[in-house]
Design a binder for this molecule. Structure first.
Ligand code: ADP
Ligand code: ZN
Length: 745
């Protein structure tokens, strides 16, 4: 018998012989210790077979033993990881390492218990103990009551030594307990008093139950039908922010729990949704496993192990939680499915939205993609019949949609940040004691400094980008590598001292607002003001409690927060995202503008949204200003089709980087030539071209873009090419394959 063992580093999967004594114990997904050169390493059994496959006759080494330093993986789960490795051209061992918590099984800890002799103590001995030292008897009593204890109280140390020496008490090593804290649904049901008249099901009815409105009810019941089918199903839930999508999927999650199925909820960024957890707890009444980047390695390990043991039935987390090894999965929710944060942009470049669909497929479960602006890819799934569309038509608390006003910035005086109309609307909003929220996706005071005499713009020494100017700290800083320096007083090129400010950022807007509205309270929310854990939550609370009047921020404030007092929402520069050289620029702009307008006017009152733009006739801006998703989607699908962009084609990007520009270019060209030699399927090949961000953290970057009719076509070429590249490309060259790239920068 032979087994393929995947070791958790980049090395390929290796074959080992299964020794006779392990024949009955091996299984796919079990961790084992194997010899590798002169070491012993741990890996996972990824395949088992009886005939040797390499056709060679040299003896191969044997598996040493089963290991308990890594958790056992379900075959189904390993299937997912194998698919990921194959699809994203990433070594399986590395994929497993990405999926597993970084910490290994916790160390064994010392515990104490009575020996046989200690348990057999008769009354006579007890009295004798009590006479000599009360402590000895107390410790014995403690151990009798607890069975096992993990620490000896400090003032019992000498009593313990004596008892141990005389073999009444023994210490031993035991596996650390995972947790007592997580109540599973099954626990909740079983702890329910069996003599009460309520069937366990009614336990849920005692929780805060809300009744759904007509649209929600329709979406909910078709979702329930999907879940009950026990087959793979896919649904897109389209509804503007505040329409009640979350309530629909929480109701469906509850249905899963009652039926002993588990639920995975993926959100774009867990830090941005602190209220969601409370809501989940209120609606479902079970503890929720939350996976987020703020967990310590140990906490993450515990959560992961609990899930792997089937002890957690609801998991919420950001993209990496798609690797949570849930058992008995019934529903996978991807909230705000259009967000690009579901795509990982380094190492294993997976898209958690796409993996969520696969996960549901492998588990015969339902996937629900929720969004106010479903991505073009997801919408296309509806038109091809692969996914069902459900819609919620208005906000839950209001039938009004925001009134959207466009401001043509070409008509404002040069350098204006806040147009006349916007200033008036802010004042009206202040007068009504409501809040305004202003969105600008640029941090700092100005995105660059510009010498007025010679035109020089200070650049990052490590990246091909200009340095952002921060007035308050008088610094210039790179947002890509973190480089920072004192702001220059004179130009390093010409020695003059007239700097002008480039495109202004949130810091400058904050200053401007303080000047124009001196009595109002302004809050700025971006990554410069929110650096520590808890800071965001406290500022969001101030916003919810109406303690600030005007909020200015980046992407962070566009996301799904529930701001009950916001009456006015504005996008200061709608063209920013339109001008990005990417075929998705239009889609991103529409999504962003829709999301920001969705912030305006909750709780029954009509809000106002203002879009400031230099390009008011642009179709995406027009669609956003009329809140017309249907026309936008039609237009965008037409555009994608005409230019053969996804979803009408599939893309893969090969990203080549090197510290030396010439060396990088030579290899990029070599790789492109190799691709064209083996390009039997006649894929379209673009490049190599210098990446838009040509230099990043001192490495020069090139892109080769491949366009094909199907993922299979692209993957076939990349698989055979990758094998050659891995062997022939020096270590100084960085090479990554980006399947279904989300950004082409
Ligand atoms: P979305 O997820 O679409 O942004 P939410 O589910 O967060 O919308 O709903 C917006 C607000 O309306 C929330 O405060 C929510 O509790 C409330 N809400 C939604 N549906 C209902 C309902 N059926 N009954 C009572 N309140 C609801
Ligand atoms: Zn830099």
């Amino acid at each position: 018998m032979f087994a393929d063992i995947t070791i958790l580093k980049a090395s390929p999967t290796l074959t080992y012989q299964v020794p006779a004594h392990l024949l009955n114990e091996i299984d796919i997904g079990k961790p084992v210790d194997v010899p590798l050169r002169r070491q012993t390493v741990t890996g996972y059994i990824s395949d088992i077979y009886s005939e040797r496959r390499d056709g060679k006759s040299f003896t191969i080494r044997e598996i040493k033993a089963l290991s308990d330093t890594l958790p056992k993986l379900d075959e189904n789960y390993l299937e997912l990881l194998k698919w990921v490795a194959n699809y994203y051209h990433y070594p399986l061992g590395e994929v497993i390492r990405t999926a597993l918590p970084s910490q290994r099984a916790p160390k064994k800890i010392t515990a104490y218990r009575l020996t046989k002799k200690g348990r057999a103590l008769n009354e006579e001995k007890r009295t004798a103990f009590a006479k000599r030292s009360g402590k000895r008897l107390s410790l014995i009593k403690l151990l009798e009551s607890k069975d096992v204890i993990l620490t000896i109280p400090s003032d019992f140390k000498s009593a313990y030594s004596w008892l141990k020496k005389n073999e009444y008490v023994a210490s031993f090593k035991q596996k650390q307990e995972l947790s007592e804290a997580v109540t599973t649904t099954a626990d909740a049901i079983s702890s329910h008093d069996p003599h009460s008249l309520d069937p366990p099901h009614n336990l849920y009815c005692k929780l805060k139950v809300i009744s759904l409105n007509e649209d929600q009810e329709r979406a909910y019941s078709s979702l329930i039908n999907f879940i009950n089918a026990n087959e793979f199903r896919s649904m897109v839930l389209h509804g503007i922010t505040g329409s009640g999508k979350t309530e629909v999927y929480l109701a469906a999650a509850r249905h899963c729990l009652v039926n002993n199925k588990s639920v995975l909820i993926l959100v774009p960024e867990i830090a941005l949704t602190p209220q969601l957890l409370q809501r989940v707890q209120d609606r479902l009444g079970v503890s929720v496993c939350v996976l987020h980047s703020g967990l310590t390695d140990h906490e993450r390990y515990r959560q992961w192990a609990l899930i792997n043991e089937g002890k957690a039935s609801v998991v919420i987390g950001a993209r990496s939680s798609v690797f949570a090894p849930l058992k008995n999965l019934g529903l996978v929710v991807v909230d705000e499915e259009h967000e690009c944060s579901f795509k990982q942009e380094d190492r294993l470049r997976y898209n958690a939205r796409d993996l969520a669909i696969l996960l549901a497929k492998l588990n015969k479960a339902t996937v629900l993609l929720g969004s106010a602006t479903p991505s073009i890819e997801s919408y296309y799934q509806i038109s091809t019949g692969k996914a069902k569309l459900e819609e919620i038509h208005s906000q839950f608390h209001s039938n009004h949609r925001p009134k959207v006003e466009l401001v043509d910035m070409r008509r404002e005086s040069k350098g204006t940040t806040i147009s006349n109309l916007l200033a008036r609307r802010i004042q009206d909003t202040l007068d009504a004691s409501k809040q305004s929220i202003l969105f600008l996706n640029r941090r700092g005071f100005a995105s660059w400094l510009n010498c007025d005499s010679c035109g020089h713009v200070p650049q990052c020494p490590n990246c091909s980008v200009s340095l952002t100017y921060y007035e308050y700290k008088n610094m210039i800083r790179c947002h890509y590598c973190g480089h920072s320096a004192q702001a220059p007083t004179v130009c390093e090129e010409c020695g003059q001292d007239n700097f002008r400010h480039g495109a202004i950022g949130t810091e400058a807007v904050e200053k401007e607002l303080n000047k124009q509205f001196p009595t109002s309270r302004v809050a700025r929310i971006d990554r410069d003001t929110i650096s520590k854990k808890g800071e965001l939550e406290s500022i969001l609370k101030k916003v919810r409690d109406n303690e600030v009047n005007i909020i200015v921020g980046t992407q962070m404030i566009a996301k799904g927060h529930d701001f009950p007092h916001v009456q006015l929402a504005a996008v200061l520069n709608a063209d920013d995202s339109l001008n990005i050289p990417d075929f998705r620029a239009g889609e991103r702009t529409f999504q962003l503008l829709t999301q920001v307008s969705g912030r305006a006017g909750r709780r029954g009152e009509q809000g106002t949204a203002i879009i400031q733009t230099f390009d008011p006739d642009n179709p995406y801006i027009q669609f956003a200003s009329t809140l017309d998703y249907t026309s936008y989607v039609r237009f965008e699908l037409e555009f994608r089709k005409e230019h053969r962009y996804p979803p009408f084609s599939r893309l893969a990007r090969v990203l080549i980087s090197a510290a030396n520009a010439d060396e990088g270019r030579i290899h990029a060209e070599r790789i492109a030539r190799h691709i064209s030699q083996i390009n039997a399927a006649k894929l379209e090949v673009l490049g190599p071209a210098p990446a838009v961000l040509q230099k990043l953290q001192n490495r020069f970057r090139w892109n080769i873009l491949l366009k094909g009719n199907s993922a299979a076509e692209l993957n076939a070429l990349l698989r055979s090419a990758n094998r050659v590249w891995r062997q022939n490309i020096p270590n100084s060259i960085g090479l990554s394959i980006d399947i279904d790239p989300s950004s082409l920068l």
